[in-house]
Design a protein around this ligand. Sequence first.
Ligand code: ATP
Length: 215
Amino acid sequence: MAETIIPKATAKRLPVYYRYLNFLANSGTTKISSTELSDAVKVDSATIRRDFSYFGALGKRGYGYDVVDLLNFFKKILNQDRLTNVGLVGVGNLGHALLNYNFRQANNIRISAGFDINPELAGTIQSGVPIYPMDEMIKQIKDQQIEIVILTVPIDAAQHITDDLVKAGIKGIMNFTPIRISVPSYVRVQNVDLATELQTLIYFLEHYGPTLKEP
Ligand code: ATP
């Protein structure tokens, strides 16, 4: 099917509609009239109707719009319907913090599985996320089609876990360990070394002051 070409101004309003519909859906509202929608998003109802008409008849006269239908529709258009499942290996202090971090607020990311060698953690649910023992890691990653993993394990465990992650078919690793892990060329690694970042900041502050540029 050919893609609908919509005016730029309409395209800019789509996220506005989307955000409001999301809010309505979360608060349990099932229907909304075009006047109510208009008042809430500050776009006149004729414009709303015209915007919506580019995508076919989405509302019925005298009935208003079905919030969930409309939301699903905009989700697809805005590519918000794809949720990225991420795995986390090493549920220590940093791992816990990341499990508690609400990635989904801004993006459609969620940590769907955690893995840890500690038998007191494996088999539990931490911050709503199931934690699996290491001998289930490869299977779970494959079954859950996890393509990205956050690595928060001690340095000495990082490389052999990485090798298993590669075997499991992972495509990207967010590496919080301070070592550079080796991966094949088809796997992408993003290094996040908090201690080094802080040291760099301290170094620049000490040597160049707060505002001067590095040479
Ligand atoms: P952090 O470095 O995140 O602050 P921490 O100080 O609590 O963590 P670490 O010793 O760094 O603890 O370990 C982080 C987590 O990694 C722990 O939960 C630990 O059980 C887990 N871990 C350690 N070795 C392995 C391993 N070989 N495989 C999987 N998980 C491991």
